[in-house]
Design a protein around this ligand. Sequence first.
Ligand code: SF4
Length: 80
Amino acid sequence: MSYVRSSHLAKWWEVQSNGKILCSLCPRYCTIGNGQKGFCYIRENIDNKLYSIGYGRPTGFAVDPIEKKPLSFFYPEQMF
Ligand code: SF4
């Protein structure tokens, strides 16, 4: 996989006797085969190791107007 280098080796998992990975990070306890992702789509079995493929990456973006922010003194001389 091309993004293995930017992924982070995950914690809280173990290899089961059937070769699949059991993720124990959350109560869902996904069993993940090679090349598959867990229910959350953020942990992936790559070559029988579990990676956190979103590690260090933003998870959301939002564009908000500046007026929405609590900046009542951003321009102190300008009163509304
Ligand atoms: S949902 Fe994600 S974090 Fe939870 S057990 Fe499944 S793969 Fe692991």
